[in-house]
Design a protein around this ligand. Sequence first.
Ligand code: ADP
Ligand code: MG
Length: 256
Amino acid sequence: MAAALEIRNLHVSVDNQPILKGVNLTVKQGEIHALMGPNGSGKSTLAYTLMGHPAYEVTAGQIIFDGIDLLELEPDERSHLGLFLAFQYPVAIPGVTLANFLRQAINAHRRAKNPDDKGIPIPEFRRLLKEKMDLLKIDHSFAGRYLNEGFSGGEKKRAEILQLATLEPKIAVLDETDSGLDIDALRIVAEGVNALIGPDLGVLIITHYQRILNYIQPQFVHIMLDGRIVESGGADLALRLEEHGYDWVREKANES
Ligand code: ADP
Ligand code: MG
């Protein structure tokens, strides 16, 4: 059965300030969703809450992943279940190559499933890495680089997408907040997601910018405003935003 990430009536506060005010959203394996909304509407708050960041206090509601209550789990346990969050490891790790880092991440997942696991055999890992780099059209030398050390915005995104490809999560949540101004970084993410799309992967791509949708075709588009999803629809909803901005959404939300 397809795994699902189910967000039910989620209320989240930061510093006792309510930010999310009843978010409902379900993303299933095999589905591509885009979450859009103006700055400050609460998109990243949702992403941090999914990750389990301690500053984000869930005051009501539930997050269920693959039938399991996510809110009871630590961030790494969430990841081991098959939930991927793009900014899990944003910092540079001196002396660790991207390949080594990816192998350690795979091994952590394997050990979470089976404590006796000896780790992925090196030849198998090399095969997997090569297969994924070819799929994503990434130069093989990239895996030998030290993680995030001197990475450009685009290279960080490429590393992130390679991590996504090798970990093979069930659901990936990608918050494109920082790369918003860099069209190359945005394109790398979009092309990577397009290469990985399939029945086993569900994606929630979070973005302020409509233009990412020039490269990705989501089946579902949701608009967040003031901590709630106020509008959901198909890809046509993103086109409407492109043409008319967020004002009509605000007006509509005020009427109801
Ligand atoms: P978006 O990603 O849609 O731009 P955010 O989730 O970043 O929105 O922010 C929503 C609101 O929550 C903003 O008013 C922001 O100031 C507040 N907020 C989010 N995270 C924090 C935090 N760590 N500390 C204080 N305020 C925060
Ligand atoms: Mg944000």
